[in-house]
Ligand binder design. Structure first.
Ligand code: ZN
Length: 227
């Protein structure tokens, strides 16, 4: 992610004790409520990639349905790390209940909201259709995060080997974006699906990430870490 419209601080003084090695066993969201991670941290976890793929399909006029986009990313994620990863929270523990959807992931819930969906180049109906398709699949893994948001910063990590804790031992929280590892993840998706141009996909996902940060983290400092 390159938040060129936002002020980015360089360095990570004071954060070095929070650095942990990466684990390539899943994908998590940028949400600061994850207790323990090391997984690839990207907005919306694997569902964020569906959102990017849907916007790219529209931009490149590929004509793919939300269900097809969801299936492509589900197949990619389950082949890559065994699961399709998504999260909600303890305030919305049942995502799909009585034919209505509510999810505790702000990246998804904002895109599904008609007030904000244009910021994601998506329609609420397309996000709902993709979410309904994927939420009850056998290999969909739903993390239920406890408590409320208390993030104090956004950290963008440029490293393939280390990342940073979302929640510190003292309970302090930060949004975490593993930008270098995410670029590799997106490139491998585009290698398997050559009709998806990498630069277009990355640019649309960058815009979607900025939309979420502007809605839920607009006052927080952004720190870029090259470990
Ligand atoms: Zn989330």
């Amino acid at each position: 992610m390159s938040p060129d419209t936002m002020t980015v601080q360089e360095g990570y003084e004071g954060l070095s004790k929070e650095i942990i090695p990466v684990k390539d066993d899943g994908v998590c969201c940028i949400d600061g409520r994850y207790e323990e991670s090391g997984m690839l941290s990207r907005a919306g976890a694997d569902f964020g990639l569906i959102m990017g793929v849907m916007a790219t399909s529209e931009k490149l006029q590929l004509g793919y349905s939300p269900e097809k986009c969801a299936q492509m990313v589900y197949d990619f994620a389950t082949k890559h790390h065994g699961y399709f990863d998504i999260h909600t929270d303890s305030h919305n523990s049942e995502i799909f209940n009585d034919d209505s959807l509510s999810i505790g992931c702000a990246h998804v819930s904002k895109a599904m909201n008609g007030t904000y969906s244009h910021m994601y180049s998506l329609t609420p109906g397309s996000v709902e259709r993709a979410l309904k398709w994927v939420v009850n699949k056998e290999k969909t893994r739903i993390a239920v995060l406890e408590g409320d948001h208390a993030e104090t910063e956004v950290v963008i990590v440029d490293s393939m080997v280390d990342t940073i804790l979302h929640k510190s031992q003292d309970g302090s929280m930060r949004f975490v974006i593993d930008s270098a590892r995410d670029e590799k993840y997106l490139r491998s998706f585009c290698e398997e699906h050559p009709e998806f141009n990498f630069e277009t996909l990355q640019s649309l996902i960058d815009t979607q990430n900025k939309a979420t940060l502007s809605l839920i983290a607009s006052k927080l400092p952004i720190i870029r870490m090259s470990i």
